[in-house]
Ligand binder design. Structure first.
Ligand SMILES: NC(=O)c1ccc[n+]([C@@H]2O[C@H](COP(=O)([O-])OP(=O)(O)OC[C@H]3O[C@@H](n4cnc5c(N)ncnc54)[C@H](OP(=O)(O)O)[C@@H]3O)[C@@H](O)[C@H]2O)c1
Length: 294
């Protein structure tokens, strides 16, 4: 598999990722393979940055002339006040995963998670959210990106269920306030409420980490899931969570988080370089030899 360019020179453009920890990130392999595929003299470097060092690191990356960088845990929200501008998506989500260092020296914060989610859904299932009804489990950072994107694309209604009800209520109120055409409401985290939401919605999205660890249950009682449902689990490791395995049995259309991971990266790549991302090359670096549930 192609990695970094063989030579880095004074002409090489740099991008990267800041996080803590960052060693596990799949983004360097994905982006460096893309640069190699397109014959671009660019390189993507991971930087482990502690929360205390974040302000210095952000200034330093701009001063060093990076074209931009990705931002991951725990800096996605903390970086907001350190940037000059935010895109409407980043402002709505309240988190940044991609920074663009602009020619005038300012830094623009953007968030490609929602776009990545939407592109993956469309690529795999030709699904367009317009006028549909969605049930979202979880109310954290990725739920904010998913709900904002769905509302942006004209979803008719969203029901949000979270273990901590107040967080679901806050997210539903936020979405309804910035997207007045979207009927967004919170529902309690209970089997009866979940069953009602399954019957109501066509798109079901798990944004909780339940299913990542061996032995985790499904976050949802899948009774009521039918072939008419599209079920998305944002988890990509393992590729087949208990939720997706059970929903596949019931012949629902399923999707794991690998496509979202790919497309959020591809969207960042295009923002930095102005080039279309080589999707198949990037996809191979993420899951060599594994098959997505689709
Ligand atoms: N595919 C991708 O590109 C992509 C992108 C982003 C995230 N993700 C995945 O999405 C998941 C969530 O990420 P995030 O950034 O949104 O995390 P987050 O901000 O920490 O939010 C997690 C949400 O899940 C809930 N939750 C956690 N443990 C739970 C449990 N045992 N039972 C029920 N609910 C539980 C939390 O509820 P409380 O508030 O009550 O704790 C919260 O609502 C992770 O698995 C992550 O890997 C994937």
């Amino acid at each position: 598999m192609s990695q970094a360019p063989a030579r880095i020179s004074g002409a090489t453009r740099l991008v990267g990722i800041i996080g803590h920890p960052v060693a596990h990130s799949r983004s360097p392999a994905m982006h460096n393979a893309a640069f190699a595929e397109l014959g671009m003299d660019w390189a993507y470097v991971p930087f482990s940055v502690t929360p205390e060092a974040l302000p210095q690191a952000v200034k330093g990356l701009a001063a060093l002339g990076l074209a931009g960088f990705n931002v991951t845990i725990p800096h996605k929200e903390a970086i907001l006040p350190l940037l000059d501008h935010l895109t409407p998506e980043a402002a709505a989500i309240g988190a940044v995963n991609t920074v663009i260092c602009q020619p005038d020296g300012t830094m623009l914060g953007h968030n490609t998670d929602g776009e990545g989610f939407s592109r993956a859904l469309h690529e795999t299932h030709r699904f367009l959210p317009r006028r549909s009804l969605a049930f979202v489990m979880g109310a954290g950072g990725s739920a904010r990106a998913v709900c904002d994107q769905l509302a942006r694309e004209g979803v008719q209604g969203i029901r949000i269920s979270s273990r901590t009800l107040s967080k679901a209520v806050a997210l539903a109120e936020h979405i309804a306030s910035i997207h007045p055409g979207c009927d967004a409401k919170a529902v309690p985290w209970g089997p009866l409420e979940q069953r009602a939401a399954i019957n109501w919605a066509e798109l079901i999205v798990n944004t909780t980490p339940v299913g990542m660890k061996a032995g985790d249950p499904s976050p949802l009682d899948v009774n009521g899931i039918s072939p008419g449902h599209i079920v998305v689990d944002l988890i990509y490791a393992p590729p087949l969570t208990p939720l997706l395995a059970q929903c596949q049995e019931l012949r629902a259309r399923c999707l794991n988080g690998m496509g979202m991971l790919l497309h959020q990266g591809a969207a960042a790549f295009t923002r930095w370089t102005g080039e279309d991302a080589p999707l198949e090359t990037m996809r191979k670096t993420l899951a060599p030899g594994t098959k997505e549930p689709a």
